[in-house]
Design a protein around this ligand. Structure first.
Ligand SMILES: [Zn+2]
Length: 134
């Protein structure tokens, strides 16, 4: 039986509730799993609860910041015939960088975002990048 760590009562339940998140003045309502206390109104999230909504939240922040979403990053990477590892080696940020971008673990930098957009529109080619790093 779960007890509220604040009140010590047993009116805490596992649930999926609408939670409003705000970022730079913009709001999103997400369906957030967690333990909710009806007595004090507190919510408690474990690592799985956070994992369940991290991609949605990362993409919301990306839209506010005018960055490519995880799905768009994946689409462009596949269009360029790059594996997550090869894309990470090409753009930097560690070998798991693109795994992290696409799962919403971290957001890409503006410069990686710009390179992906240029490649997507055919303004530059992978070989252009390889030429300048040699
Ligand atoms: Zn409580």
């Amino acid at each position: 039986m779960n007890k509220c760590p604040i009140y010590g009562n047993d009116k805490i339940t596992r649930d999926i509730r609408n939670v409003v998140f705000e970022y730079k003045g913009q709001k999103i309502t997400i369906k957030q799993p967690g333990l909710y206390c009806d007595e004090c109104g507190e919510a408690f999230y474990d690592s799985n609860d956070i994992k369940a909504t991290k991609k949605e939240l990362a993409d919301f922040k990306r839209k506010v910041d005018n960055l490519l979403t995880s799905q768009e990053i994946k689409r462009i990477r596949k269009k360029l015939s790059l594996t997550q590892k090869n894309a990470s080696l090409l753009f930097g940020g560690g070998v798991r960088a693109f795994y992290k971008y696409e799962s919403g673990e971290i957001n890409q930098t503006k410069s990686v975002d710009l390179l992906l957009r240029l490649l997507d529109r055919g303004k530059i080619k992978i070989k252009d990048i390889l030429e300048v790093v040699r």
